[in-house]
Design a protein around this ligand. Structure first.
Ligand code: PEP
Ligand code: MG
Length: 363
C-alpha cells in the first residue's frame, strides 16, 4: 500500500487508528484508482461504467448497441465492446490488488449515448448496415422528455439483459485473469443501479450469476463475488427488507436519493437552493450534505430493514455525501460499513471518520 509522506502521513495514520468506517473511492479510470490508493482508499466503492463507454473509439459500438433493432444486432455491438470492458476491469483489479471493487453496471441517461450529428448517424449506419433514416426513427423512439426518470439504470438491464450479461462476463473474465496472473484474487462486488423492487434485482442477479457460472466453467476457476444494489430511490429504501433477500450489499446513492426524495433536479438545483438555505428551509445544500431528517431517515430505515433480513449485509454510501464530514458523522452514527468518496476527498473522509468515531466514543 503506498503511503502518504511526512506529517500528513502521520496524521492519517492517527486517524486510521481510531476510525471504524472503511473509506473507499469512487473511481473508474486507472488514474483515479492510483490516486485513490495513494490517498489510502481501502477499495473502490463506486466504479461508474457508463463513463467508459464515451471513449471515442467505443462510442460508435455503443450507439450501435442502443440503436440496434433487435437482440441479434445488440449482440454484434456487445461483442465489440466485451474485450474493451475486460481490459478496463483488468487494469482496475490490478491496481486495487485484492481490495474490494464495486462495479456498477451501466446507468446511462440514454440520450447521452444517442447520436445527434449527421456524421454520427452515418458512422452508425456504416457499422450496422441500417439506413440513416431508420436510425433516426429509432433515436426518436428512444427520446425521453425526462431521462433522469426514464430508461436508465437497471431498467436498461431489464429490457436489454444482454448488455448487463456482457458487463458481468467482462468483470468475471478480468477477475479470473488477474487472479491467475497476480495471485491477488479480486473480489468483485457487482452493483445494480436504480433498483426500486426486489424483482428487478432478482432478474439482474440471475443474469450476473449466469455469466459468473459460465466464465468460471470456461476458466476452470471459481472466485468469490457479491451481487448488490444501489439504494437511490425512496421505494428501494422502504422495501429494503425485501430487496435484501436478494442483494448482498447496499450502497446508498445519495445523489439520486436526494433528487427523488426532495423532488429537486440534481442538475438544476443551484437555481433556488441558495435562497432556500438563506431562508433556513434547508440547513445546508442537501446535494452536498445529507438532509438528515429526510434522506438520512430513509437511509437509516433502509439499513435497519436490510439488516433485519440479512444480518451481515454490507452497507456503504457512494453519493457525493460520502466525502462530506457531517454526512460521514451520520454514517458512523447509523453503523454503515464504509463511505466512498472521490479520490481527492479520501483523506478528508479518513479524518472525518476518525472524528466521528471519537465523538461516538465520548458520547
Ligand atoms: C448517486 O445517485 O448517488 C450515485 C452515486 O450515482 P450517480 O451519481 O452516478 O447517479
Ligand atoms: Mg445514481
Amino acid at each position: 500500500q503506498p503511503e502518504l509522506a511526512g506529517d500528513f502521513g502521520i496524521l492519517m495514520g492517527w486517524a486510521d487508528e481510531v476510525r471504524r468506517l472503511k473509506v473507499r473511492a469512487n473511481a473508474e479510470t486507472p488514474l483515479d484508482c492510483k490516486t485513490a490508493r495513494i490517498f489510502g482508499a481501502e477499495g473502490v466503492g463506486l466504479c461508474r461504467t457508463e463513463h467508459m463507454f464515451f471513449d471515442s473509439n467505443r462510442i460508435t459500438a455503443v450507439r450501435q448497441m442502443i440503436l440496434a433493432e433487435d437482440e441479434k444486432g445488440r449482440r454484434v455491438a456487445l461483442d465489440k465492446l466485451l474485450p474493451e470492458q475486460r481490459a478496463d476491469f483488468s487494469e482496475i483489479f490490478e491496481i486495487m490488488a485484492g481490495l474490494p471493487v464495486t462495479i456498477r453496471l451501466l446507468d446511462p441517461p440514454l440520450h447521452e449515448f444517442l447520436p445527434h450529428e449527421e456524421e454520427e448517424f452515418a458512422e452508425v449506419a456504416s457499422a450496422t448496415g441500417i439506413g440513416v433514416e431508420a436510425l433516426k426513427r429509432r433515436a426518436a423512439e428512444l427520446h425521453e422528455f425526462n431521462p433522469m426518470l426514464g430508461h436508465r439504470g437497471c431498467r436498461l438491464g431489464v429490457t436489454y439483459p444482454e448488455i448487463y450479461e456482457m458487463q458481468a462476463r467482462a468483470i468475471f473474465e478480468a477477475a479470473c485473469d488477474v487472479a491467475a496472473k497476480s495471485g491477488n484474487a479480486p473480489i468483485p462486488e457487482v452493483m445494480v443501479p436504480l433498483v426500486a423492487t426486489r424483482r428487478e434485482l432478482e432478474l439482474m442477479k440471475a443474469v450476473i450469476d449466469k455469466a459468473a457460472k459460465a466464465v468460471f466453467a470456461e476458466k476452470g476457476v471459481t472466485l468469490d463475488y457479491l451481487v448488490g444494489t444501489m439504494i437511490e430511490l425512496p421505494r428501494a429504501a422502504l422495501k429494503a427488507g425485501e430487496i435484501a433477500e436478494v442483494g448482498e450489499f447496499f450502497s446508498f446513492g445519495t445523489n439520486d436519493l436526494t433528487q427523488t426524495t426532495l423532488g429537486v433536479s440534481r442538475d438544476d438545483a443551484g437555481r433556488f437552493l441558495t435562497t432556500y438555505v438563506d431562508k433556513g428551509i434547508y440547513p445546508k445544500d442537501p446535494f452536498v450534505s445529507l438532509d438528515v431528517e429526510g434522506v438520512g431517515e430513509l437511509i437509516e430505515l433502509a439499513a435497519e430493514r436490510g439488516r433485519k433480513t440479512r444480518g451481515d449485509i454490507k452497507l456503504g454510501i457512494c453519493g457525493e455525501h460520502g466525502g462530506d464530514p457531517a454526512s460521514i458523522a451520520f454514517c458512523e452514527g447509523i453503523g454503515l460499513d464504509y463511505v466512498s468518496a472521490s479520490p481527492y476527498r479520501v483523506p478528508i473522509a479518513r479524518l472525518a471518520a476518525a472524528q466521528a468515531a471519537l465523538r461516538a466514543k465520548q458520547a
